[in-house]
Ligand binder design. Structure first.
Ligand SMILES: Cc1ncc(COP(=O)(O)O)c(C=O)c1O
Length: 400
């Protein structure tokens, strides 16, 4: 051990001891121990031959998770927003029109990014808490003739799963628009078939249904989308996220662009290996079963889900806050009493819903049972009109 410093100006900061939480909010989810172990693997250089192999593995595993053969499938260095901005900032050129939805927070973020890319934004409306209606999308496509259509497959702010994806992509392609899909809260947890559904570009994040820390974020582009990116008249406004430059690192050449976040690449490799071991369809089924038990427990205690069953999103359960209850106080109490994280609503649904994640490693019978018992306990103590035993019994029955 080197001698302790006698520099009195050096900050005296204690050891890192965050609390042990159970993460059942909108993300991050609990990280699988195997992924945590992979993160403590010693570094190699970002151009080391062994790392090139690791990059190939990640690309192959990502194609499986996305259900695509797209050659252009990479983990973008950064959080989900980096992957989102890589998608929008490269595909949308100055002067292009992008059609975006108004039915949630992340559609709004798509609009901001498209504007910064120099695009003109037009909107297709649906209320928060509802999916897009294919007929309304078709009308908007006919009216605005956009170059790009973006939508959110799993809207984390509302707990809505967009159904009818093939109908939406077919309508967009009838109008020669490329489709960008936000799959941050669906990849690895909710049925998603990039090729079969004819999605041109899909971006995601690792910290939701992949149960991996944020830092390397999945992105896939079809050849046609990549052709548009590579034939842009002016380069993308971001140097760091310019896919024509990143091609040098993730394509055949494997030349330096930036120092890849090695540890995050290790972690996503392990997280994706877990997806492949379980099988993607089994994984979707597990999320449906465990989130189904969570939903049964919530409904069994007398709570109401916000979205219709038809577009329920297993990875993010939007449960209506009962009459007279403050959502923030419930979230605080769950954290304090049970070390359990859930979240309240955002935007148009602020104060109206709890957002309860059931993602990846967090989608387990133990977590779902704890969540229902703890939520019932806290709501009952706060005087909500709930049946705590009914909730626990319904959850238990659904888990049998
Ligand atoms: C649907 C959706 N899109 C995009 C993002 C942005 O991802 P990040 O927060 O990792 O940058 C999130 C994050 O919660 C999200 O839920």
């Amino acid at each position: 051990m080197p001698p302790a410093s006698d520099d009195s100006s050096a900050p005296d900061v204690g050891e890192l001891t965050p609390p042990t939480r159970t993460l059942m909010g909108p993300g991050p989810s609990d990280v699988h121990p195997r992924v945590l172990r992979a993160m403590s693997t010693p570094l190699v250089g970002h151009l080391d031959p062994s790392f090139i192999e690791i990059m190939n593995d990640v690309q192959e595993l990502l194609r499986y998770a996305f259900q695509t053969d797209n050659q252009w499938t990479i983990p973008v260095s950064g959080t989900g927003s980096a992957s989102m901005e890589a998608a929008i900032g490269n595909v949308v050129e100055p002067g292009d029109t992008m059609l975006v939805p108004t039915n949630g927070y992340f559609g709004g973020r798509m609009a901001s990014m498209a504007r910064r890319a120099g695009g003109e934004v037009v909107e297709v409306d649906a209320p928060w808490g509802e999916p897009l209606d294919p007929a309304t999308v078709s009308d908007a496509l006919a009216e605005h003739d956009p170059d790009v259509f973006g939508f959110v497959h799993a809207e984390t702010s509302t707990g809505v799963r967009q159904p009818n994806v093939p109908e939406l992509t077919a309508a967009a392609h009838d109008h020669d628009a490329l489709v960008i899909t936000d799959t941050v809260t669906s990849l690895g947890g909710v049925e998603l078939r990039v090729d079969e559904w004819d999605i041109d570009v899909a971006y995601s994040g690792p910290q939701k249904c992949l149960s991996c820390p944020p830092g390397a974020s999945p992105l896939t582009l079809s050849d046609e989308a990549m052709e548009k990116v590579l034939s842009r008249e002016e380069p993308s406004r971001s140097w760091y996220l310019d896919l024509s430059l990143l091609e040098g690192y993730w394509g055949d050449e494997r030349a330096y662009h930036h120092t890849a976040p090695i540890t995050n690449v290790y972690s996503i490799r392990e997280a994706l290996r877990l997806v492949a071991e379980e099988g993607i369809e089994n994984r979707w089924a597990r999320h449906r079963r465990l989130a189904g038990a969570l939903k049964a427990g919530a409904e069994g205690m007398g709570l109401e889900m916000n979205p219709d069953d038809e577009y329920w999103l297993p990875s993010l359960n939007a449960v209506r806050v009962p009459e007279g209850i403050d959502d923030g106080e419930v979230c605080d109490e769950l954290l304090e009493r049970y070390d359990l994280e859930i979240a309240g609503g955002l935007g148009d649904l602020a104060g109206e819903i709890f957002r309860i994640g059931c993602m990846g490693y967090s989608a387990s019978p133990e977590n779902v049972t704890l969540l229902i018992a703890a939520l019932a306990d806290v709501l009952d103590d706060f005087g909500a009109d709930v049946d705590p035993d009914g909730g626990v019994a319904a959850c238990r029955e659904a888990l049998r």
